[in-house]
Design a protein around this ligand. Sequence first.
Ligand code: CDP
Ligand code: MG
Length: 735
Amino acid sequence: YRDTAAEEKMNPFAEQEAWEEHQIGKATLKYGSKNKKQASDDYQFVFEDQIDFIKASVMDGDNVDYDEEMADSFEKSKAKSALEALLDERKKLPIYPYRDELLKAVEEHQVLVIVGETGSGKTTQIPQYLHEAGYTKRGMIACTQPRRVAAMSVAARVSQEMGVKLGHEVGYSIRFEDCTSEKTMLKYMTDGMLLREFLGEPDLASYSVVMVDEAHERTLSTDILFGLVKDISRFRPDLKLLISSATLDAEKFSDYFDSAPIFKIPGRRYPVEINFTKAPEADYLDAAIVTALQIHVTQPPGDILVFLTGQEEIETAEEILKHRTRGLGTKIAELMICPIYANLPTELQSKIFEPTPEGARKVVLATNIAETSLTIDGIKYVIDPGFCKMKSYNPRTGMESLLVTPISKASAMQRAGRSGRTGPGKCFRLYTAYNYHNDLDDNTVPEIQRTNLANVVLTLKSLGIHDLLHFDFMDPPPAEALLKALELLFALSALNKLGELTKVGRRMAEFPLDPMLSKMIVASEKYKCSEDIIAIAAMLSVGNSIFYRPKDKQVHADNARMNFHTGNVGDHVALMKVYNSWKETNYSTQWCYENYIQVRSMKRARDIRDQLAGLLERVEIELTSNSSDLDAIKKSITSGYFPHSARLQKNGSYCTVKHPQTVHIHPSSGLSQVLPRWVVYHELVLTTKEYMRQVTELKPEWLVEIAPHYYQLKDVEDSVSKKMPRGEGRAQSDR
Ligand code: CDP
Ligand code: MG
């Protein structure tokens, strides 16, 4: 790396200036800060009060057992001092001096846009302040998060700060996991979950405050929530609406919410030195690892945060780092490696928040989640390779893909900022200054403009919102994508020709799943295999973490996996067999070990399966098993996934039927060596090629039988009529 000095010649101070500006930040509170002194004095008082309140509740045995008084007194005093320590921490947060001003602003305005740097205390403190001010007497406080991990970890933190058990007064709700109770007053939830709550309670009557947090992330669900909460705020004047964001472009939110006032929480930020690479890096993962090690051996204490694109990359980096530091032995200080990504098991997530032991250094390997949704204290160095995984969608073909994409300038700024929270920091960008200035977009395109909208359209239709073209979008989606979604829902028989919800559609909307998956479940009624299908749906929902493949036992693991594929039943049925076999062993952990199956994923699948069973009851579909009739099961799958059908070509690749495109069976599929003539797939993933993941064989006549409005006989004529393009590889199959 070269130091910034040389870079500055090329681009004098541009970066530095921007930071300076952030730092000084002008602290423009729209609500005059004249009473600040008074305000914080009052607050002091409130806080002392609260210590007593919390102490009292601990003493009262809120979370300590009454009966074992003696043994507990030691525990109690420990819990007490932990609470006091937490209160001290709360008081140090940048938001703390503005507590009363904030409460006053909320009282005076129905809608408030709140802007504050990541880590200033918006997510953890604001709901608590509102609770202390009595808002929870009128209803719950909802705080939405774009990410599951953030919702869970923030709820856990707040429950600690309040000295209550997670799931009681403070809870969280994410898809397939409801950790709340009758007592819950502060509810952290994913934005998608709040969206679903509208289905049961269109006016959100059980809430007194809705805080749409991390608004700058502009996820699809957040964007839809904007429209819905704006609408209900008109006829629910008692409902308070907070839109909070970590970035400075709050004007846009304010404009959208009829010029709602903006409340700025001045951040404390230290200067960040930004380093670019001299030349583009060929392998950013390797570059990131080398940089982390360099920092570790040459730089003063302070933890490192590395932004990577996903679980696989993080696991690879973790392995390499472990290997290399082991090689260095005692020559270097201890390096604690802490991964964090969405699917990381909950019990491992808290590791990133644990303080680094004296003399050691922590390196956090994170996805975008650490950009703004999670604050990790003690970070002094940020390594930013400049990429993230981003969804993109082609409305013409209806294909969705998750691609590693360059980040935006706004993201790069946020990432760098993570290093300057507690003192001056350094950010190492693994790209050139030229790349930064010329190749990165200013802002990330909102998800609504680059995603499949079928799910959202189905939700909106179930909410009775028919005129989607005139829905109050902050940034409207492409009309083509809306049409495509309507088309798909029509094909799935969820909508009729007039675009109205059908009975099938109404049933589908009950399931918090992708419409194709919901359709597969609803269709299972006809084929009398609902029990088998929900097991498959649950296993698919868990993702690709069912089987594991330890490096030193790959052959054993592959053999174990192939056992479930006997008879080339296809990946869906194999998943069902895994589930059923596990069930037959009475959900044995030992069995999972023996079969190289992740017991944690299986438990999650069981959980999801049970919830799907509950939803089946709700839509009055009987639970019936028909597991020996594989055709029935495959027909159910096809009823949902017929738009995802593909036909074998002479060269061993496949061609999708509806919008011809070359695809391949993923090597992990049980059918990757079998190459059936016709298949239906769960999803496409683009790595080195466009791969179909989770594949099942189908009979082409099913397509016409099941979706006559979608496929005609000529689409499925079983001759390989298309000429093979020259040079596309050798012909593998003549079957
Ligand atoms: O929402 P915002 O980024 O403004 O801040 P926050 O999430 O409320 O975090 C405030 C502080 O709480 C952070 O600086 C962390 O010290 C602490 N925190 C934590 O220790 N564990 C969490 N899971 C979340 C926050
Ligand atoms: Mg936050």
